[in-house]
Design a protein around this ligand. Structure first.
Ligand code: PXP
Length: 260
């Protein structure tokens, strides 16, 4: 199973002080050495983490394919078309959110998405849509004729965290879901089943399937068992672990969990 290492969180650390270090560019050779298959970066409209110069340098110098995540705004598509990464993953963006909390509203934004996809594909850039795992979103993605979809695994990761961490400590806990472990276990199985069925549907529609958000050393194994998911994009948990074990080891460790 392919691993895209999302190196945004290196820029998060740098921008916390607005200094020059750590530079995400320095991560490229380490990611490659550790067996990453792809570099994933997110150029946000407010540039709060990755800067234009990061995206330019990473895309120009990476020897691994780069997957650039960005919003569907025409100004972002201009940049993507100019930089020409291997793939662009279109993601929803809300300034107030800490991270990408959900998938694209694929049905709701058809004209804007169509235009963005047309422009990117004209540059021979593969297009992926970051979507919630619903049949409506999968069907809408098929209609949009993209190469890839990426399932947002946030719901799965949240249920997993509620089930296996100290519930009082997780910021993921949802107040109305004061649920017993039995119910949480069932919810987890249902979500895995949903991801499995939808990725089969997507494959039958001719879409390639990636997944990501909130995946880590603990919760990734059940996702790896879904054979129709080809690739995972993982960021925060890798960079967080690298504080203790180093980036190369953190990638090697998660990569070892992706072996089928
Ligand atoms: N895939 C996409 C499209 C994302 O936007 C993100 C970041 O939210 C990720 C994967 C990686 O998520 P995380 O940093 O939680 O591993």
């Amino acid at each position: 199973m392919y691993l895209g290492v999302n190196i945004d969180h290196i820029a998060v650390l740098r921008e916390a002080r607005k200094v020059a270090d750590p530079d995400p560019l320095d991560a490229l050779s380490i990611c490659k050495r550790a067996g990453a298959d792809q570099i994933t970066i997110h150029l946000r409209e407010d540039r709060r983490h990755m800067q234009d110069s990061d995206a330019e340098n990473i895309i120009a110098l990476s020897t691994l394919p780069v997957n650039l995540e960005c919003a569907t705004e025409p100004s972002m598509i201009d940049i993507a078309c100019k930089l020409r990464p291997h793939r662009v993953t279109l993601v929803p963006e809300k300034r107030e959110e800490v991270t990408t909390e959900g998938g694209l509203s694929v049905e709701g934004e058809q004209p804007k998405l169509k235009e963005a996809i047309k422009r990117l594909q004209a540059e021979e850039i593969e297009v992926s849509l970051f979507i919630d795992p619903t049949l409506t979103a999968v069907k809408a993605s098929e209609d949009l004729d993209v190469e890839w979809i990426e399932f947002h695994t946030g719901k799965y990761a949240n249920i997993y965290a509620m089930l296996y961490s100290n519930l009082s400590k997780t910021h993921h806990s949802i107040p109305e879901l004061e649920l017993s472990r039995k119910i949480l276990k069932q919810m987890l199985q249902d979500e895995l089943c949903n991801l499995r069925l939808l990725s089969c549907d997507a494959m039958e529609f001719g879409l390639r399937v990636a997944a990501g958000h909130g995946l880590n050393m603990q919760n990734v194994s059940d996702i790896v068992e879904i054979e129709t998911i080809e690739e995972l994009n993982i960021g925060q948990s890798i960079i967080a672990r690298s504080v203790y074990v180093g980036l190369e080891q953190a990638i090697l460790d998660i990569k070892s969990k992706l072996i089928r």
